[in-house]
Structures are given as C-alpha cells and as structure tokens.
Design a binder for this molecule. Structure first.
Ligand code: PMP
Length: 422
C-alpha cells in the first residue's frame, strides 16, 4: 500500500472504512473558533453541528481556553484515574453549588469513563445491581451508544447489526407520538405490566431521552415525561434519563428534564459537560441507590482533569444565572419560526421538529435530508442528518452562536432545502 502526504489520500488509505463524518465533509479541517471551522485550504464553514452536541459553547471558547492553558502551564495533574485532585474537588463543589442545589437535586456523582456510552453502561449495571432484575425498558428510535449494553437499548437496526451477537434483556415501548397521537399514552406499557399473562420480564429500569437526538429530533411532550415518571414510581421501576445529548443546556435548562419537574433516579451526562469538547461523563445517582462497591465499575480515563477544569469554568461562566437558558429558548423559537416559514412555502411533506436548540426538518422522501446536508456543505454550512432513515436534517448550532450567525446559517439552510425540494 502506498502512503501519501496528501491528507485526503492518507485518510482513505490508512483510516478504517468505519469513518463516516469524513465522508460527508471530505475536506481536512484545521482550526476552529466559536461557530466556525476552517479547512487547510482556508475555507471557513459555519457550524450547525456543534460536535454532535459536545460543543454547546462553541470551538475553543476563549473563557474556557484561558482556564485550560493556565492549568497546563502550572503543571496541573492531567491524568488521575479516580484519585482525589484539586481540579476534581473544584468541579464537584461547583457542580453541587451551581447546578444541583439551586434545582433541589440530590445526586451522588459517578465518573464512569469519558464517553456517553460509559455513563449509560454504568447506569444499566447499577439499576440491575440495585433491583436484582435484569430486564430493561427502552423506547422506539432511542439512541444510547455503541457498546453492547447501550446498543441493547438502542433502536437503530443498522447500529444494532454491528454488535454481531444477540442484543438481549431489553423490551422496546412506543415513544411519545409513535402512533401519531392515535393511541393513549402508555396503553401498551401499562397493559403488559399489569397482565400476568403478558410475558414481560419485570423491568429493573426504564431508559429514556427527553428529546431523541439521533432518533430524529423527536421531543417527548412534557406531560408524557411526567406520565412516564409517575408510571415508574407506581410500578417501582427505576427511571434513567439519558441526558448525554440534550443535557448541558441543549433544550434550554441545564437538565432537559427540568421542564417536566421530574427527578430521575439516575441521569447520564456527557458531551458538553466539559464545555470544551474534552472527553468527560457523569452518572448522577440518587444517594440511596449508590450501592457500588469500591472499584466495582472502573476505567483508566475517569479522571480527565483538564476536562474538570474547563467544566468548572463553563459552569461559572454560563450557569450562575438564566441568561444562557433564555437565549437558547429564544434562538430555538427563531429556528422554529424560520423552519415553519420554509415548510409553508414549499410542497408538503416537511415536518418541523424539536425543542430549544435541538431542531430538525423531517422529509417525507428520506434521501432529501442527506441531499440538503450536502447542499448546505457546498454553501459552507455543516449539519448532519438523524432518524432511522436519515430523513431529518438536524440543526444543532452552539448555544453561544450569535444572532447574526444564526440568521446567516438559516438563510443558507433555506437555500439548500429549496435547491433539493421541487
Ligand atoms: N446517549 C445519547 C442520547 C447520545 O446522543 C449519545 C451520542 N450520540 C450517546 C449516548 C453515546 O455517547 P458517546 O458517543 O460519547 O459514547
């Protein structure tokens, strides 16, 4: 095999066929600031992708970068497993003071490993350990990660197929609006729970996203989430909210479930918790459920201290008041308005979806979503698709995007849609 210094060739010749974003955006990115990424030829792209939700505060946010550089300059501990470090103490103190206490939330914090799927795996394991039951309830079109436990509660058949073994111990229930509002909420779920002849294995926990991201930007109604929490309580089933993508302010409030006024038993957090795109995850556990033995769930990269430093700075910079939350809601409504306008001006079959700054435009002809993303890229805008048939164009800008950048991106998006819808 020949290798080349040509960057495109090097990826094609050396990087696994599993690569995907590099196929959608076949340029080589080099620098990134705020809501822009620049490639090696100097072309700049407006970012409506935001690291799949890991860059809620934009690229190389200067407030966070300052704290990170200072920490590295003074030789702060970088790698620390789960040792006590000053950076971790500061993060825990700040998270408790700024996030948990004002929301009246009482959780122990587990550092499960640096990725979203690490948090989901720990949540599933803990729910099984606490209850002594193995069955899980998940929802149609859910996405929880690529390791085997997380895949077992994930809907997408292509991703599930990659497991290569049977994915077991999970029973799917219809997510909100699965039957277009024609069936009362939880009709099937309640029935199989109560019917001794249903064959449902008694579930340890329910795992749910408040807005399904990868599943197609499907928001569950607030009353549906409240109904689910109430059902779980009545049937003594633990409630796990996977807030990996919709947490950290993506829908407005810090936790996406705040709007429903519910208190999940376990919460999975990752993606934007470090604020800087550095790997970090949390599993939040109601104290009475924290039955782990020391080291029973471990991992080498649970102590990414630079991530703790930027996470602390993020909370101090953006979460001491509700300015960011209000701006996220307002920007989200602006996107919704623009998408409704666009859908209204084009032939039918376009569905406007989402909450906060997680927005989507669904296409009746699925391939038009991918074509829209391609046309947007040609015009200098980065966005991806979501949904079981990749039928939704997903608009997820950084929460810190300026109003001008948002308008510019929405203009490019509208052009891209018009270029593919006839
Ligand atoms: N849960 C949800 C809701 C997600 O959106 C994702 C990632 N898209 C994950 C879990 C998995 O996170 P990671 O890719 O960091 O393992």
């Amino acid at each position: 095999m020949t290798t080349s210094t040509d960057p495109v060739t090097i990826f094609e010749s050396l990087e696994s066929e599993v690569r995907s974003y590099s196929r959608s955006w076949p340029v080589t990115f080099d620098t990134a600031v705020g809501s822009h990424m620049t490639d090696i030829d100097g072309r700049t792209y407006l970012d409506f992708f935001a690291g799949a939700g890991a860059l809620n505060y934009g690229h190389n946010n200067p407030k966070l970068k300052g704290a990170l550089i200072e920490y590295l300059q003074r030789d702060g501990v970088v790698h620390g497993l789960d040792m006590q470090t000053a950076a971790k103490a500061e993060f825990l103190r700040t998270f408790s003071e700024i996030i948990l206490k004002p929301r009246n939330l009482n959780y122990k914090v587990q550092f499960p490993g640096p990725t979203g799927t690490n948090s989901v795996e720990s949540a599933l394991k803990l729910a099984r350990k606490v209850t002594g039951k193995e069955a899980m309830i998940n929802f149609t079109n859910a996405f929880h990660g690529m390791t085997l436990g997380s895949l077992s509660v994930t809907g997408n058949s292509m991703k599930r197929g990659g497991a290569g073994i049977p994915l077991v111990h999970a029973t799917p229930m219809p997510y909100d609006n699965y039957f277009d509002g024609k069936v009362p909420d939880f009709l099937w779920f309640e029935r199989v729970l109560e019917d001794a002849g249903s064959s449902l294995n008694e579930p340890a926990a329910v795992i749910v996203e408040t807005v399904q991201g990868e599943g197609g930007i499907n928001p569950a109604r607030i009353e549906w989430l409240q109904g689910l929490a109430e059902l779980c309580k009545r049937h003594e089933i633990l409630l796990i909210v996977d807030d990996v993508q919709m947490g950290c302010g993506r829908t407005g409030p810090f936790f996406s479930f705040e709007a429903a006024g519910i208190q999940p038993d376990i919460v999975c957090i990752s993606k934007s918790i470090s604020g800087y795109g550095l790997p970090m995850a949390l599993t939040l556990i109601k104290p009475e459920l924290d039955v782990w033995g020391p080291g029973e769930h471990n991992g080498t990269f649970r102590g990414n201290n630079p991530a703790f430093v930027t996470a602390t700075e993020t909370l101090r910079s953006y979460w001491t008041d509700d300015t960011l939350e209000r701006s996220t809601v307002a920007k989200g409504l602006r996107i919704e308005e623009k998408l409704n306008e666009l859908a209204g001006s084009l032939p039918g079959g376009l569905e406007v979806k989402g909450r906060g700054l997680a927005r989507g435009l669904g296409f009746a002809e699925p391939e038009l979503a991918g074509k829209t993303a391609g046309a947007a890229f040609d015009r200098g805008l980065l966005l991806e698709t979501a949904g079981p048939d990749s039928e939704v164009a997903k608009l997820m800008p950084a929460l810190t995007i300026t109003d001008d950048e948002l308008e510019e991106g929405l203009g490019i998006f509208a052009d891209a849609v018009r270029s593919v819808v006839r």
